[in-house]
Design a binder for this molecule. Structure first.
Ligand SMILES: Cc1cc2nc3c(=O)[nH]c(=O)nc-3n(C[C@H](O)[C@H](O)[C@H](O)COP(=O)(O)OP(=O)(O)OC[C@H]3O[C@@H](n4cnc5c(N)ncnc54)[C@H](O)[C@@H]3O)c2cc1C
Length: 238
């Protein structure tokens, strides 16, 4: 891990209330898809209000570093939101062990709740770029399509790649102004079993708010999944 000063290149909305931030990629900054870094704001110090950890959305082969977050009304997010392209900030990293297993004959099942999609974007973009024949299934839960970051990109990616399966579900369509003809309801045991049908000896990855990750872990274990085959990243702070 090292600390780098980088420029903010661009910021853009990727869903309602969710922004992606595009940063310069420092020379020599190498990471594995799924890893994270600490973002330290100008004038901010390590610690709750001055820095936050974020999973890297962009894939290792991509030219920029991208992270995405829900723009809540916190001291850190207000300061982050006020940054304009051209501003400098610091990143510390990479770190983290939420990276894909080596044995490609075993499928990967990625379970994301809301903003937990971020590390999986890097994995899926990377797999697509490498034309990997490893089977990857993404189970992606959001309240409404409006809240689902990167949904259109993920739908196109799954359409183009026979080894990538996307099962997206919405849990609150009653409050949506968008059409949705996909799955609805929470990711429970039956949902998982249907979504992973035909996959070989899957290993599971779960990311998102701690309560979701905990609930998903027990759902998987209840469904008979060996706890050793479940890896997770808890986004403390949500
Ligand atoms: C490895 C990792 C990867 C992450 N990736 C992402 C990502 O890709 N996108 C994203 O939006 N968020 C990610 N997070 C969470 C992120 O770091 C922030 O905590 C989150 O975005 C909430 O920030 P906030 O400013 O809205 O809330 P804050 O105001 O900072 O926090 C809200 C509440 O959570 C508490 N809290 C904050 N941090 C912690 C902590 N570490 N442990 C316990 N309580 C805490 C605070 O005390 C406060 O009460 C990640 C976290 C980790 C550890």
């Amino acid at each position: 891990m090292a600390t780098y000063t980088v420029k903010l290149l661009a910021k853009q909305p990727v869903a309602q209330g969710t922004m992606a931030f595009h940063l310069e990629k420092p020379a020599g900054f190498e990471f594995r898809a799924g890893q994270a870094f600490e973002v330290i704001l100008p004038g901010g110090a390590e610690g709750e209000d001055g820095s936050h950890a974020f999973s890297i959305v962009s894939a290792p082969h991509e030219a920029e570093l991208v992270f995405a977050t829900r723009m809540r009304d916190s001291k850190f997010k207000r300061a982050l939101g006020a940054l304009e392209p051209g501003s400098s900030l610091q990143i510390d990293g990479p770190f983290g062990s939420l990276t894909l297993h080596k044995k490609a004959e075993r499928a990967g099942v990625l379970i994301a709740g809301g903003i937990g999609i971020t590390p999986f974007m890097s994995m899926l973009r990377s797999a697509a770029e490498q034309r990997s024949d490893r089977s990857l299934a993404l189970l992606y839960s959001n309240r409404r399509p409006e809240d689902a970051a990167f949904l259109v990109e993920l739908q196109a990616l799954a359409q183009r790649n026979p080894h990538i399966r996307l099962v997206a579900t919405m849990t609150d369509m009653a409050h949506s102004s968008q059409a949705w003809d996909g799955a609805t309801g929470y990711i429970d045991r039956d949902f998982v079993q249907r979504a992973i049908a035909g996959l070989t000896a899957p290993i599971f990855y779960v990311a998102g708010p701690p309560t979701l990750v905990e609930a998903m872990r027990s759902t998987l274990v209840d469904a008979g999944v060996d706890e050793d085959d479940v890896r997770s990243e808890e986004f403390f702070g949500y």
